[in-house]
Design a protein around this ligand. Sequence first.
Ligand code: PEP
Length: 258
Amino acid sequence: MNKSVRKAIIAGNWKMNKTRPEAKELLEAIKPLVANAEGNVEVIACVPYTNLETAVNTVAGSNVKIGAENVHFEKSGAFTGEISADMLTEIGVEYVVIGHSERRQYFGETDETVNKRTKAALAGGLKPIVCVGELLWERETGITEEVIARQIKLDLYDVSAEDVKKVVIAYEPVWAIGTGKTATADQAEEVCAFIRATLAKLYDDATAQAVTIQYGGSMNAANAAELLSKENVDGGLIGGASLKAADFNTIVQAAING
Ligand code: PEP
């Protein structure tokens, strides 16, 4: 099947950056630049919780969508510091990043909690961007595929074929995130194709072909076009470069042409 059947998605992951006025300023700059992506490439900004309402209001009427950077798996209750899917959808959030390597590395996120959050997001009407990726030593010892297959199986455990089509998978080799070291386009394609093959085994080929798989890890204005030209790289999850309107737009334009 051809990649043109899938939705290309470019998502910014702002991490812990930007106050509300700064968020408004950045989104106001991004909106007109990426307006031509409408109907072709989905453009998303995943922003800190405190910026969500400002972000939703700022992008209203444009083709830019807003995502959160995490979501809790319970609907409500005694979970101090956590935010539920209902709280996010109520203010107009459409996407949520789940299982980012920084959450796995610094905040005790496991495949089990990623799976719970993914199911809660889907049940609550959010589209999850589920992050998977190998550590440097895992790549160097030749177990990248083993690690990725395990993450995909566990993170999507008990997610139906119907629901998995709403999930975006972000392949983010941990050694490439925020390091300036990008996977080569061939390395990114190899693992994204492996993820699709794993989805085909878990579900079926048509379902696997329908899932958007992004690459993330130091994607920038200079390397995006080559990465996005690959058959199984349907988009990007962008950290650092998503904080600069011009760079983010260059990546969006590369996806339009990709
Ligand atoms: C990320 O945060 O998901 C990411 C890929 O970061 P960077 O683009 O800065 O490597």
